[in-house]
Design a protein. Structure first.
Length: 513
């Protein structure tokens, strides 16, 4: 993918004469109708591109196929009067669409298909999908035609930038997401400021750093504050999936006034980057462009990285949606690989409490839509867990489509009082999920091959048992050997067994060719 510059900052409200504010005001009455009657007519326009720094995102294998993660939104077609307009950079294989429609409980395939419009910019370049749409007036007209009545329609995106704001204005429908002017609240620096306002614990460190000189001073200050600190983390404000993070080790650092000079000399060669093939010249330039933070590395045997997901609805409600224990890996252990749902019971409700405190701050600032808060938790001798808030993701994230899969397939509910998900029969359901099941041999399989293997080896979701596996990122299979899996079961052990059986099957089938 060809890297492009980040999108410009959002314009002042006066630039559009208040038109965006007027559009957004339509969300509340629309959602009050939907809450009262889920069968009420509505149209959801899904634009699943990621409008973030494309140079950082380009390091993610198969990024162009990440638009497919939001195909879980097709499950809204289980509501008989809901229409979905789904727009992608490049056309999606019809086999993949058929696979998602086959997951709909109780809805005939032709009925769902009549209410679905798939459109494409036919452009696989490394440019934000929203920008691609904005550059194609006739595509915008086709989206408008598919929407029909704009008074019952809204726009759904992965994240909100000035591009999505412009797109909402061009389409004449409100954007169900945070106003892009509030985006800094979800950056690394903004997150730390929100955590302080919410009164919850965060790692020692500094934010709003401008360049390498600021990084040196922040690292020196941290080491002086904590003389036994063995390493610290440097983060780009708007890095994604850990790709903008780097670790600086203090081994051999002097303890006197020469510390800052020592760090300045050692920083270019010592910094360990999460992104493969990253180097100091590029990273320092990117830091000067995006700015960032420095914070202490949280030590501790048995530490974990859970997250809590929340939602501010157009009607003003703050809802706790889910919790997850993140599965991290990569060169420095900061890359998001997958998750287990829900988070451990030992700290699950504490995440609810901290998450709501953050959510209340964000709601006061005017935030709308989904967001997540990431933590590091460390076990203590008395059996409790010490929590540190790490960052806010003011957008949909790597756990959004996995939880939607569970929610839409089962019609169950997440209990904020106990952090347990129950289906209508009262049974508990959990899952293990990953977007990073990758094997070079999987490139031998096409999407149709995957569906055939799933049928032949009983790798599917069973609506009778309310458990099984589903696949996503299917389009990345043949090119990158990469696939997403959600394994749903009644216990974490059963979910992992089903996932492992799925992996063994795919490994064996692809090895045979």
């Amino acid at each position: 993918m060809t890297p492009v510059a980040a999108s410009p900052p959002p314009p002042d409200e006066a630039a559009d004469g208040g038109a965006f504010t007027a559009l957004q005001a339509r969300l509340e009455p629309l959602f009050r109708v939907i809450q009262a009657d889920p069968r009420a007519p509505r149209t959801v326009v899904v634009v699943p591109g990621i409008s973030m720094d494309q140079e950082v995102l380009a390091r993610i294998d198969g990024l162009q196929h990440y638009e497919e993660r939001q195909l879980t939104m097709l499950m809204l077609l289980r509501l008989p009067n809901t229409r979905v307009v789904f727009v992608t950079s490049t056309p999606i294989d019809p086999v993949v669409i058929d696979y998602y429609l086959s997951l709909l409980p109780g809805i005939p395939h032709p009925h769902a298909l009549r209410r679905l419009t798939m459109l494409s910019a036919c452009d696989g370049s490394g440019v934000s999908l929203s920008r691609k749409i904005l550059e194609r007036p006739r595509l915008i007209e086709r989206i408008r035609a598919a929407v029909g009545d704009p008074s019952v329609a809204h726009l759904s995106c992965f994240n909100s930038s000035d591009l999505e704001r412009q797109l909402a204005l061009r389409l004449g429908i409100p954007l169900y997401a945070c106003d892009p002017r509030l985006a800094p609240l979800g950056g690394k620096s903004g997150s730390r400021e929100v955590f302080r306002e919410a009164g919850i614990a965060l790692p020692a460190g500094s934010e709003n750093l401008r360049d390498a000189g600021d990084v040196v001073q922040a690292l020196a200050a941290l080491r002086h504050q904590q003389p036994i600190l063995d390493r610290a983390v440097v983060k780009l404000n708007d890095g994604a999936s850990g790709e903008g993070n780097a670790v600086f080790p203090f081994e051999g650092a002097p303890g006197d006034a020469t510390l800052a000079a020592w760090i300045a000399a050692e920083l270019p060669r010592r910094l360990a980057y999460e992104a493969p093939d990253e180097h100091w010249e590029h990273y320092s330039a990117k830091f000067a462009e995006m700015r960032g933070i420095v914070e202490a590395w949280i030590p501790g045997a048995g530490k974990r990285s859970p997250s809590v997901q929340l939602l501010v609805t157009p009607t003003g409600l703050l809802e706790t949606i889910s919790t997850h224990d993140q599965v991290l890996g990569g060169l420095t252990g900061q890359k998001f690989l997958g998750s287990t749902f829900p988070a451990d019971a030992g700290y699950r409700l504490a995440l609810h409490e901290d998450g709501r405190r953050v959510g209340e701050v964000l709601r006061r600032h005017g935030v709308l839509g989904r967001f997540g808060v990431d933590f590091v938790v460390v076990p203590q001798a008395d059996g409790t867990w010490r929590r540190y808030a790490i960052e806010i993701n003011l957008r949909k994230g790597g756990t959004t489509h996995t939880f939607q899969t569970l929610q839409y397939l089962t019609d169950g509910r997440y209990g904020e009082a106990d952090g347990v998900f129950r289906v209508p029969t009262g049974q508990v359901r959990v899952y293990y999920a990953t977007d990073n099941l990758q094997n070079p041999l999987y490139r031998r399989l096409t999407p149709q091959d995957l569906i055939d293997v799933a049928v032949e080896h009983d790798l599917h979701f069973d609506h009778t048992l309310v458990e099984g596996v589903t696949f996503n990122l299917i389009g990345a299979l043949s090119e990158f050997g990469k696939l997403g899996v959600v394994s749903i079961a009644g216990s974490a052990e059963a979910a992992m067994r089903n996932y492992q059986r799925t992996v063994r099957t795919l490994d064996q089938v692809s090895a045979r060719g």
